[in-house]
Design a binder for this molecule. Sequence first.
Ligand code: NZQ
Ligand code: ZN
Length: 387
Amino acid sequence: MENFIYSIPTDIYFGKGQIRHLPKIITEYGKRVLLVYGGGSIKRNGIYDTICDLLKKEGIAFWELSGVEPNPRITSVRKGVDICRQYDVEVVVPVGGGSAIDCAKAVAAAVSYEGDAWDLLIDPSRIVSVLPVVTVLTLTATGSEMGRSAVISNMDTNDKKGFAHPDMRPKASILDPTYTFTVNAYQTAAGTADIMSHIIEAYFSKEEGYMQDRMAEGLLKTCIAYGSKAIAQPDDYEARANLMWTGSWAMNNVLKLGKNIPWSVHPMEHQLSAYYDITHGAGLAILTPHWMEYVLDETTVDKFAEYARNVWDVSLSVQDPMQTAKEGIRRTAEYFQKLGLPSTLREAGITDTDCFEAMAKKAALETKQAYRTLTKEDILRIFQAAF
Ligand code: NZQ
Ligand code: ZN
């Protein structure tokens, strides 16, 4: 296990009705707020009204950045920065899934930076200071509510980039599983696949981390047990609650501390979103089994067999490590299909391979040090196999 510093200071308010704490949390940091949200789900399910009432009662002034896109754009970040500067905003409060939260984090980081916000995506060391971020989570997937990263797209250049800073980690997050009852089956499935991918990315590392890997297996089993339950019954509180807390733990760094290794599938998926604007979790569900098959060989077979045995209980029926490993990969793909996710890029609406070369080139910049090094050619083959 490598050396690490453990510091995950986000306060989590978990459970039904925890929104009542929001005004108290905000006023620790200020009384001028930017609310950041997406295309209107929070208005349809009543969360918006609840929050506005709470803020007004406490005399907290707020301005709004609405319409943040899934796969949030740099153009939305720029709008948010302008509002913050114009009204001297002190606290940024995203209400939504990863897209609203990431946009809010980027706004919070860019307000004090004199140049264009996109510069910070290219070089986060330019971040001067970050406004406090307090999140209200409405979709279980990215773990952004407890993490220090944000992912922003620039559709002019087909770039989707992640950046991170310790101060971008939310000061507090409100996780009320009932807020996710209205998430539809597709987004629930995509969110579950995203959580599973975060865990898998940390699990397949060259560094040993026995304790982290046993935690990872438990978290994966939780996704497997509750992902389909939440889809079958959207208001199943236990299912939504287990997924919600797992989503945060998958990304709050615990699983990768001590075995930090660049990820493999996310850099490839981010290219799919950047070029074709597809749902992040759906892209991961398509690519993950193909990546697994591609990197499975005599050097990785033991880890994949361990995964198959401990996550999918495969050893009960198959003894040979290679066969065990392949069965684990097969069950991974089968589970994503059972959730209703696409299994090929064509099914996700991608009709040509024209951009694959350029996408593979960009993704390969991030996968040199991955679990198994992936060159541009490797990535191209994975895209083609997934097509
Ligand atoms: O925009 P609204 O109307 O709110 O609708 C959203 C959106 O259409 C809807 N939704 C959210 N909460 C809902 C709801 N619908 C009904 N009821 C609710 N309670 O769901 C749709 C998707 O929302 P979005 O926020 O885009 O989803 P997600 O949380 O999956 O976030 C995806 C983004 O996060 C990035 C992804 O790349 C993508 O851009 N990621 C961020 C990471 C991070 N910050 O560390 C890591 C991840 O790997 C990922 O890359
Ligand atoms: Zn992800």
